[in-house]
Design a protein around this ligand. Structure first.
Ligand code: F0G
Length: 488
């Protein structure tokens, strides 16, 4: 059944293809662009790790869209009518209704954020020797599965690793290899198949409905369950509507429901999916629900708040309904698409087609002179911050792990991610980004590698400290000043 009407798109008389904002800005936060000398100091103080920077030194914060999307007036207003209660809050009842309306799942376990859902799912279903097939891992997913003795097997298609491609669904899982893996591993060792919507680490690339239907067929054949990471599900649904034959006239609501109907368990980070905070696991299977439910009061909070503030539960509820609106879920992808295509025209290597979450620059090509062991993506993030004040995130070998011998496991893709939180940045800010990245591309030989000086054993990219190899940052700043004079 259709949930919402499909909307039309706006075309321009002059033929230009620029994204048009379907919202107006009514509350603003001022930004400061500190001078390049301060930016050089700031990245040094942060150990060349953008996670360790303070926002006072940042102009455009493109680290992530997690918890940084703009909220709507409806969301903010509902936060004031929150029914604060330790147990039995009526705000939670509203949340249940929204999850059931949007995802079609009636049993709901609230958690404080996405990785908390991963903790509970992994603790309950993953055992020593378990194998979890998936289209691609996410950092926190991998960490939780490994912590519980499991192993991740990624079954992406060759298209996923092509930086520039015309393939509309680079997030698809290879169903033939999936079936081979199941036969080889034995169903008793596979607690679930995981599908991630708008696959984060390979450039926010979606899977198709057809692919998910094929995974369902395999899962049914071998009596396996499918767990869907729905943190970026709105965008995946938007891409299905825009790119998959047979879905052009379907509403986002219809597509979302169909995706969730194909999966046994759905979990999400509310920080991404609904422009708020929080997260949840939902299902229609009472056995799955019962297995997990006791861990919610243990790790998160009582079953009707799960460690989320009740105000955020109200905001998440409204945010979920807003996910049905293609203007909302399409805003970030349309800006990303614009940026990616403009950068491509300048010869800058970016992931194409544009995906969800952010514009991804291929550091392997951009900084081809830096060996992967010297973290080119991390170096690119640092260099780009120095010359622009824009904070991106490393998604490459720095975000990877070491093998048992202590050697870096080189990442498949070496990316600088520039996140586009929903409805936060304007098109002129995007033009600034393109201009500065173009300048850096013309001066890329000035950038060198970086190395760890403090390296934590788990999720090292969050808090690890690094240093430049040589004095390339100073040389970069000197060239910037020579070219831009007293410009910030
Ligand atoms: N799954 C996916 C696909 C995610 O992108 C994230 C978070 C999580 C799970 C974990 O959710 O942060 O609420 O605990 N991604 C953020 C990012 C951190 O910046 O990509 P969380």
């Amino acid at each position: 059944m259709e949930k919402t009407q499909k909307k039309g798109t706006v075309k321009f008389f002059n033929g230009k293809q620029i994204p048009l904002e379907m919202h107006k800005v009514r509350i603003v936060q001022s930004l400061k662009l500190v001078p390049v000398e301060r930016r050089l100091e700031a990245i040094g103080e942060a150990g060349y790790n953008s996670f360790l920077m303070g926002t006072k030194d940042i102009f455009l914060d493109m680290l992530t869209d997690s918890g940084t999307n703009a909220m709507s007036d409806e969301q903010l207003s509902k936060m004031f009518v929150a029914d604060d209660a330790y147990a039995g809050s009526q705000s939670f009842v509203k949340f249940q209704k929204s999850v059931s309306h949007v995802f079609g799942k009636n049993l709901l376990l609230p958690v404080h954020q996405g990785r908390a859902a991963e903790n509970i799912i992994s603790q309950i279903f993953v055992r020593q020797g378990s194998v979890i097939p998936m289209n691609y891992h996410f950092t926190t997913t991998l960490a939780h599965i490994q912590l519980n003795g499991g192993r991740v097997v990624e079954l992406f298609t060759p298209e996923a690793m092509k930086i520039k491609s015309a393939h509309p669904f680079k997030g698809n899982i290879d169903v033939v290899r999936l079936e081979e893996l199941i036969k080889k591993t034995g169903t008793e060792n596979i607690p679930f198949i995981r599908m991630e919507a708008s696959t984060n680490l390979i450039g926010g690339q979606p899977f198709s409905m057809d692919n998910l239907k094929n995974v369902r067929r395999v899962a049914d054949k071998y009596k396996l369950i499918i767990v869907l990471d729905a943190s970026l599900i709105g965008e995946n649904a938007f891409f299905i509507q825009k790119r998959e034959q047979g879905y052009e006239e379907r509403s986002i609501g219809f597509i979302l429901k169909e995706m969730c109907d194909l999966c046994d368990m759905v979990y999400f980070s509310g920080r991404k999916v609904s422009s708020s905070r929080g997260g949840a696991i939902c299902t229609n299977n009472i056995d799955l629900y019962n297995k997990m439910k006791d861990l919610v009061p243990l790790y998160e909070g009582f079953l009707t708040y799960g460690g989320i503030s009740i105000r955020e539960i109200e905001a998440m509820t409204v945010g979920l309904y807003e996910t049905l609106d293609e203007d909302v879920v399409g805003q970030s992808p349309s800006f990303i698409n614009y940026a990616a295509n403009e950068l491509d025209k300048l010869g800058i290597p970016v992931i194409l087609p544009g995906g969800a979450l952010g514009c991804h620059v291929d550091a392997k090509q951009f900084l081809a002179h830096i060996p992967q062991a010297d973290y080119p993506a991390g170096a690119l993030v640092a260099a780009f911050y120095i010359i622009s004040g824009i904070r991106g995130m490393e998604r490459g070998t720095m975000s990877s792990i070491r093998d048992e011998q202590g050697n870096d496991i080189l990442a498949d893709l070496e990316l600088m991610r520039l996140a586009f939180p929903r409805r936060v940045f304007t098109l002129s800010q995007v033009e600034y980004l393109i201009d500065r990245l173009n300048w850096l591309f013309h001066n890329k030989e000035l950038v060198g590698g970086i190395k760890f000086v403090e390296e934590p054993p788990v999720l090292r990219f969050f808090t690890g400290r690094l240093a430049p190899i040589g004095n390339w940052p100073e040389k970069l700043v000197a060239k910037f000043k020579a070219d831009f004079g007293d410009s910030l």
